[in-house]
Design a protein around this ligand. Structure first.
Ligand SMILES: Cc1cc2nc3c(=O)[nH]c(=O)nc-3n(C[C@H](O)[C@H](O)[C@H](O)COP(=O)(O)O)c2cc1C
Ligand code: SF4
Length: 514
């Protein structure tokens, strides 16, 4: 008897004991004389079920989870290898799990399905189909497709990707670079990591397409050092892509070239800001550069450079393969396509949810997230990382859309959604925003470097009940100064969470909730 079992190999599954589950499954199969094909796939993104073990059957894959090593024997006794489902951990067909079934996975279509390092598996699931088409196109045609798709940057600022590419394309021929921002510093985010750990060829394909589009033959991935598993898997994928002729000189006999390397960051939030990232890539301390000149004109080593987030680049292969319209058909208003949302914080069912723009936060948090893990009422949610506003209940019916969020001072950012129950102390959260900025500021401009330190002090005085009205006014003024006077969005957005607390939870700046 031969059976194929899938045990994920990404950071989340490993943290939950996936290696032990894989080892135990191998030993048990050996003892029982079962020929086992054990595939270390990526995570499906249903984190509360990790390690999520799957078994292949003639009718599709069946899921079991969360599986611990100690569960393996009882699962096998109950018929795991035969695809039986008479076990408390049996979840039925993987594709029918509502959390997965109700998503619109374009970028994440292969994640959890394939063996991350198998090029054959990648190709069998439409991998490199976009690249193969693009190898016959000129750069402008690729740029046009990305423009027509309506794709906007998924790293935070939501700048139209095609327009950025056009600017680099239009610079005179010469050395140009593609830089992938894989610093993923936002709280509650992990989508970039999942791409790199679970579908690394997708990013390689997306960056190669960017290179072909703008005329760049060198790319760098700037990866946060806190992601050692992503570093290992992605580096191995790079080596295999070179061996298979998908990178390097004369890609698949096309006469086109693209080289790609990974560089590790050193743990500074500000190195996710694109100009600071470029300084860091150049071997300097990461300090924000004044713009203009834009990186698209004068970027890495002073050369025209595309800087894009992992998710922006990972969306492009679908666009080239299925067509710009197929991507643009999803979404609402000027927010086209899908967004890989990341549910985190105090949530019952945390994980990756890729959906077209337009779903409301409430639907996301309730239908997918299942409410809070503690079972207590949800009180606030922070979307878009540590610089995003705290959204109270009255804003949860807003559709997730860049413009709809901007209308009330919110940001969609990288799609991180961090939930808080009613025990959260919003005054403490406001203080944390200023404290975070004071620690992570690059120090180049005064409103941020000094303002954040003063911000912590003013909030401390408010919390101590000192001159409450005066200090409230001072805090409001300070926030305005930081928003208006900071050189980059670090100092410019730190006030957003603070202002949202001042507006929606004003009493908690001076009194702790009981
Ligand atoms: C303080 C700060 C931190 C940032 N961190 C990240 C990050 O971790 N990853 C990212 O892709 N973009 C980050 N950004 C946004 C980048 O500066 C830039 O807009 C982005 O890499 C552009 O790619 P995109 O157009 O594909 O989004 C950050 C911006 C700021 C101001
Ligand atoms: S706002 Fe802060 S992080 Fe940005 S340039 Fe100024 S000091 Fe540096």
């Amino acid at each position: 008897m031969s059976v194929t079992v899938y045990v994920p190999c990404d950071t989340t599954a490993l943290a939950m004991g996936a290696d032990a589950v894989a080892d135990t499954t191998r030993q048990a199969a050996n003892q029982r004389g079962v020929e086992l094909n054990l595939v270390r796939n990526g995570s499906r993104g249903l984190f509360w079920l990790e390690p999520l073990v799957e078994v292949a059957t003639p009718n599709g894959r069946l899921a079991y989870g969360p599986v611990k090593a100690a569960d393996v024997d009882s699962l096998i006794d109950a018929g795991l290898f035969e695809g039986k489902t008479d076990h408390p951990l049996a979840l039925g067909p993987t594709d029918d799990i509502p959390y997965l079934k109700n998503q619109q996975r374009l970028t994440f279509s292969r994640i959890g399905v394939t063996d991350p390092l198998s090029i054959d598996d990648y190709r069998a699931h439409r991998g490199f189909a976009g690249l193969e088409k693009a190898l016959n196109l000129d750069g402008q045609a690729i740029v046009d497709a990305v423009k027509a798709s309506g794709l906007r940057g998924r790293g935070g600022a939501a700048f139209p990707t095609g327009i950025k590419w056009q600017t680099v394309h239009d610079e005179p021929a010469g050395q140009k670079y593609i830089v992938c921002n894989a610093d993923e510093g936002d709280s509650g985010t992990f989508a970039d990591r999942l791409v790199m750990e679970c579908d690394p060829y997708l990013l390689i394909e997306g960056m190669t397409l960017a290179g072909l589009a703008v005329g760049a033959d060198q790319g760098y991935v700037y990866l946060r050092s806190e992601y050692p598993v992503a570093h290992r898997i992605f580096s191995e994928a790079l080596a295999r892509a070179y061996d298979a002729g998908y990178l390097g000189r004369d890609i698949r006999g096309s006469g086109r070239h693209f080289d790609l390397e990974v560089r590790l960051g050193a743990g500074a939030y500000i190195c996710g800001e694109e100009t600071s990232l470029l300084d860091s890539l150049e071997g300097k301390r990461g300090m924000v550069r004044a713009k203009p000149p834009l990186p698209a004109i004068k970027g890495l080593f002073g050369k025209p450079t595309v800087v894009n987030n992992v998710l922006s680049l990972a969306a492009v292969p679908f666009i080239l393969d299925q067509g710009a319209q197929a991507y643009a058909d999803y979404g609402m208003g000027k927010s086209r396509g899908t967004l890989p949302l990341q549910l985190a914080g105090n949530v019952k069912r945390g994980g990756l949810v890729e959906l077209a723009f337009g779903i409301t936060l409430r639907e996301l948090m309730e239908d997918f997230g299942g409410g809070t893990l503690t079972g207590r009422p949800l009180k606030a949610v922070q979307v878009g990382g540590p610089l995003g506003a705290y959204l109270p209940q009255s804003q949860w019916d807003t559709p997730i859309d860049y413009e709809a969020f901007a209308a009330f001072g919110g940001v969609v950012g990288h799609g991180g959604v961090v939930m808080f129950d009613d025990t959260v102390d919003m005054g403490e959260q406001a203080r944390f925003a200023m404290e975070f900025c004071s620690v992570e500021s690059c120090g180049k401009c005064t409103p941020c470097r000094i303002g954040a330190v003063r911000g912590v002090e003013v909030i401390d005085r408010l919390r101590a009940g000192e001159n409450v009205e005066t200090n409230r006014e001072l805090l409001a003024d300070l926030c305005d100064t930081m928003v208006d006077g900071s050189l980059c969005a670090m100092g410019g957005m730190t006030p957003f969470p603070v202002q949202s607390v001042m507006k929606h939870f004003p009493d908690e700046l001076t009194h702790r909730p009981t």
